[in-house]
Design a binder for this molecule. Structure first.
Ligand SMILES: Cc1cc2nc3c(=O)[nH]c(=O)nc-3n(C[C@H](O)[C@H](O)[C@H](O)COP(=O)(O)OP(=O)(O)OC[C@H]3O[C@@H](n4cnc5c(N)ncnc54)[C@H](O)[C@@H]3O)c2cc1C
Length: 442
């Protein structure tokens, strides 16, 4: 007999939804397009280690449901050892205002302060940063939005190169919502602004002992215990979705597979793993590299997230190179010498360190293309989902979000709660706009 509820997608959101449905006594089945469940939390094996798809960590103040549902993944709290590579210096990250000013030097700091001080309505606008970054209404665009708040010098130094590196677009084409979801957590200037709160908290994070993939193992085991059937290798496209016999569908797969439209697109990420001789690297867990000189935006060291991710015979680095202007077909392992030269130049690996092995993984659909005016397109897409009558979009891909794993799970849990309370798909879709305000925690 067909379960009354179908869950599309076997990432943290889909598996979490299935566990919660089972807890509520609602039978469901999960269909996953990939050959394995896990989505963005499915590990990439390199040198015998199940590496995350780029640096993954969870803040201690993340949605508690994540910890509750994955208790047997053995969470531990670890000290943060982040480094911001800025102007040739290595600064502890998250940043303190004093180290930021020291790294930039007196001249640049003064220029940035002057640039900011020359902006009209500067106090009012900078303070309004958090309040009025929404995607709705007229989208003045990323460039105008940021320029009017931080001034020309800071914009040219940090924000413009960051956008070009990640999205491969001129910042004037990008929506101001990018500033809301990403840049505020990735930019030194915003870090300065938020330093008053972060400085008061010890820099720690939470991490499952066996890597982020252990969370999926934990959720999958909970599904199995609850009798949830999971089928892999099944892509639910717009046509098959219509033909599905289920009364209701929680869809954590791609929004485009619900509507058949390609109006909203993403940029992907190249994940390049590098093996170095053991003992090459220091104890940094993650290096943040906004500088446009380097291809990578972030580099991490899995062994520092959990000792169980240590390769016995090598130090392993995960190098994240945003798709940017490259497109999808680039093979960075052919440019191993350049990647290594950049890692040395950025001070991440010592001079003379040699690469023993390199492998590349392409990760599609990482950065939603929040181009100007995307909010209206998003609303139209969700109306197309509404027309299907029984589909509850959720998760990161289902709502075209750039969000953390606990956010993705929370959204799925909200959808389950709504569905179990007898709420309609249309009423759920009305609620979804609130998730556009989620703030990515780095
Ligand atoms: C580089 C990187 C670093 C990150 N760092 C962090 C971090 O430090 N902390 C944090 O909390 N979060 C982090 N995240 C975000 C986190 O990985 C995601 O928020 C979370 O994994 C999203 O889960 P999801 O289930 O919504 O989506 P996904 O993991 O994308 O899962 C969706 C699943 O649905 C399947 N699917 C899609 N379409 C269909 C279809 N039509 N039919 C059937 N199946 C389909 C996919 O194959 C996939 O398995 C990071 C993400 C990236 C890429």
């Amino acid at each position: 007999m067909t379960s009354p509820v179908l869950v599309v997608g076997g990432g943290v959101a889909g598996l979490g939804a299935a566990v919660l449905l089972a807890r509520a006594g609602v039978a469901c089945e999960v269909l996953e397009a990939g050959s394995r469940v896990g989505g963005l939390l499915d590990p990439v094996w390199f040198e015998g280690v199940p590496c995350d798809r780029g640096s993954h960590r969870v803040h201690a103040d993340a949605v508690p449901l994540l910890f509750e549902l994955t208790r047997d993944a053995r969470w531990s709290e670890r000290p943060r050892r982040g480094v911001l590579v800025l102007g040739g210096r290595h600064l502890p990250y998250p940043l303190a205002p004093w180290s930021f000013a020291r790294a930039l030097g007196a001249r640049t700091t003064t220029r940035m302060a002057m640039g900011w001080a020359m902006r009209p309505r500067r106090f009012e606008r900078f303070r309004a940063w958090e309040r009025d970054r929404g995607a709705s209404g007229d989208d003045e665009g990323f460039e105008d939005f940021v320029l009017s708040r931080v001034g020309e010098a800071a914009y040219a130094r940090f924000y413009r190169p960051y956008v070009e590196k990640v999205w491969g677009l001129d910042p004037s084409q990008l929506s101001r919502s990018v500033a809301r979801q990403r840049v505020s957590t990735a930019s030194p200037l915003a870090a300065l602004w938020h330093a008053r709160t972060t400085a008061l908290r010890p820099a720690t994070y939470r991490y499952p002992e066996g890597g982020a993939g252990a969370l999926i193992d934990s959720l999958r085991a909970a599904c199995e215990r609850a009798g949830v059937v999971i089928r892999t290798g099944v892509t639910v496209d717009q046509r098959s979705l219509r033909a599905m016999p289920h009364e209701r569908v929680i869809h954590t797969g791609h929004l485009r597979d619900m509507t058949g439209s390609r109006a909203l697109t993403h940029r992907g990420l190249y994940l390049v793993h590098v093996a170095l001789p053991p003992g090459t690297l220091d104890d940094t867990d993650t290096w943040y590299v906004p500088d446009a000189r380097y291809w990578f935006g972030r580099v991490s060291q899995p062994a520092r997230f959990s000792p169980s991710l240590r390769a016995s015979h090598a130090d392993v680095l995960a190098v994240e190179i945003p798709e940017g202007r490259w497109g999808e077909g680039r093979d960075f392992t052919r440019d191993a010498d350049t990647v290594m030269a950049q890692l040395r130049d950025a001070g991440i690996v010592p001079r003379g360190a040699r690469c023993e092995a390199m492998a590349q993984t392409w990760i599609a659909d990482v950065y939603p293309m929040y181009v100007r005016g995307w909010g209206a397109v998003w609303a139209r897409e969700l109306d197309a989902v509404r027309a299907l009558g029984r589909v509850f979009p959720a998760g990161r891909q289902g709502l075209f979000l750039h969000c953390n794993m606990d956010h993705a799970l929370r959204i799925a849990a909200d959808a389950v709660e709504h569905l179990c309370a007898g709420g309609s798909a249309s009423a759920w879709i009305d609620r979804c706009a609130r998730y556009l305000d989620l703030r990515v925690r780095d």
